[in-house]
Design a protein around this ligand. Structure first.
Ligand SMILES: Nc1ncnc2c1ncn2[C@@H]1O[C@H](COP(=O)(O)OP(=O)(O)OP(=O)(O)O)[C@@H](O)[C@H]1O
Ligand SMILES: [Mg+2]
Length: 443
């Protein structure tokens, strides 16, 4: 059989309350402080309700009570109204705030004793007035107190009632109604302790939840702030890159293509003049024209490939990535291995994102990694396209520590592109050195 304490705790948990202590001592202290504040507020609200009830129901006494009882009731109404008014005034003018809880607990006890006295004056123990003395116990239910203090308060209130009734009126002692009164008082006392404690436990749980929620809200706000700043930087970067790209294309069109075309126009004019004079002498010029046209179309192809490789649209992701790898090898002297099985049909948006992730990762490798070998792996796994770019360079942490400028937006851009398709993106430091960029995109 489980121990009694366990059964009791289970009983409490039926009400949704746990008695576990807070995980952290700061929370315990904060909750105690809040309880002290609540005690003061609670004192004021109980005083206000009591004052209103004592005065508003006064006229009823003239309807339901005989004159002896009416005088006794008037007495307690007056005492209780004065005590409540005192509590309200002290709270309102914030007199001795630290002593307020003690003051109003003392007034509660004094009022209970006075009500006990009044009930004894209203009639003997056989009259129903005696049983109104259970009511003050309920005033303790909403007081935020620890269990031992709560038991002490409930016992004190019960004893005050007994003092007012049986203590000030010894003639009533030994009356047969006394035993019943004490036993009901015991039951009501236990009930109010239990209810009060359950309320306190619920308040504790509520307090802990609120604290946790506000911590989470703070963290969430910080993360949203970080992400917003990142996205703002990304937007600025994208705008900048677009402008740079336009400038570069304009320059290349002007410098390279423009020059070639001017040359071709010149050769053509010269060939036409020569043709007039000596048609058989233009063979060499035609060869020059042919070479010029070849160079121009090569230039156009390079320009277009830089913008978006046709391979990506015509032949698919793997040939486009292989082309990118060969170009990186030629331009930067880093070995690029492409590992890819049969990926099947990949939708256009996933193909584009995967290609751009590989492109930016290769740029990062050249810029930061000081690597010798890069591996680009592409697989289709559980209806996901997984792209991994790993290098054997210095690693992200070392590269970051080395850099003096602020963090760029390449990684943020890749993560955002992946997120826009519902995918995941991560950068992992490899052991013993190197970096692995991993991007999975749902298909
Ligand atoms: N393969 C890598 N090896 C080592 N460090 C890397 C690698 N990739 C990224 N990093 C580190 O991560 C940082 C952030 O990379 P990110 O691409 O976001 O910015 P960036 O390359 O510095 O600038 P941007 O891409 O905006 O031109 C880099 O500055 C670098 O320190
Ligand atoms: Mg970068």
């Amino acid at each position: 059989m489980p121990p009694l304490s366990h059964t009791l705790r289970e009983g409490l948990s039926l009400w949704g309350a746990r008695s576990d202590d807070f995980e952290d001592a700061g929370l315990e202290e904060a909750f105690d402080q809040r309880c002290r504040r609540k005690l003061v507020d609670h004192g004021a609200s109980v005083a206000a309700v009591t004052l209103a009830a004592a005065l508003l129901f006064w006229p009823l006494d003239y309807v339901v009570l005989e004159s002896a009882a009416r005088a006794a009731f008037a007495r307690w109404r007056l005492v209780v109204a004065l005590a409540s008014a005192l509590v309200l005034a002290l709270t309102r003018f914030n007199v001795a705030p630290r002593a307020l809880p003690a003051v109003w607990v003392s007034l509660l006890l004094a009022c209970t004793a006075s009500v006990g006295d009044a009930m004894a004056r209203a009639g003997d123990p056989a009259s129903p007035y005696l049983h109104l003395l259970y009511l003050p116990l309920f005033a303790t239910v909403t007081i935020p107190l620890r269990l031992t203090s709560r038991i002490a308060l409930v016992v004190s209130v019960a004893l005050s009632a007994a003092l007012g009734y049986w203590g000030l009126h010894p003639a009533y002692r030994g009356h047969p109604a006394g035993a019943l009164w004490w036993s009901v008082m015991l039951g009501v006392g236990a009930l109010t302790v239990w209810l009060g404690h359950v309320l306190l436990l619920l308040a504790r749980e509520n307090f802990a939840h609120q604290r946790r929620l506000s911590t989470w809200a703070g963290e969430l706000e910080a993360r949203v702030g970080e992400r917003t700043a990142e996205l703002r930087a990304l937007l600025a970067h994208v705008e900048g890159v677009r402008e740079d790209e336009r400038t570069r294309i304009a320059r290349e069109l002007h410098d390279e293509l423009g020059q070639e075309l001017t040359g071709l126009a010149f050769v053509l004019r010269f060939t036409a003049e020569r043709f007039e004079r000596d048609p058989s002498a233009i063979r060499a010029n035609l060869g020059e024209l042919d070479a010029g046209l070849r160079r121009t179309s090569e230039l156009v192809r390079e320009l277009v490939s830089d913008l978006r490789p046709r391979l990506l649209d015509d032949l698919g992701l793997v040939p486009a990535v292989e082309w990118l790898a060969r170009r990186t090898e030629e331009r930067a002297g880093v070995r690029c291995k492409v590992i890819a099985g049969d990926l099947g049909e990949i939708p256009l948006s996933q193909r584009t994102v995967a290609f751009r992730v590989v492109q930016e990762s290769l740029t990062n490798v050249l810029k930061h990694a000081k690597a010798n070998v890069v591996e680009i792996e592409m697989v289709r796994r559980l209806s996901q396209l997984v792209v991994v770019v790993r290098d054997d360079g210095v690693g992200v942490a070392a590269a970051r520590a080395d850099t003096t400028r602020s963090a760029g937006v390449g990684l943020v851009g890749m993560r955002e592109r992946a997120a826009a398709l519902g995918g995941a993106f991560s950068v992992i430091a490899r052991s013993p050195s190197g970096t692995e960029v991993r991007c999975s995109l749902p298909l």
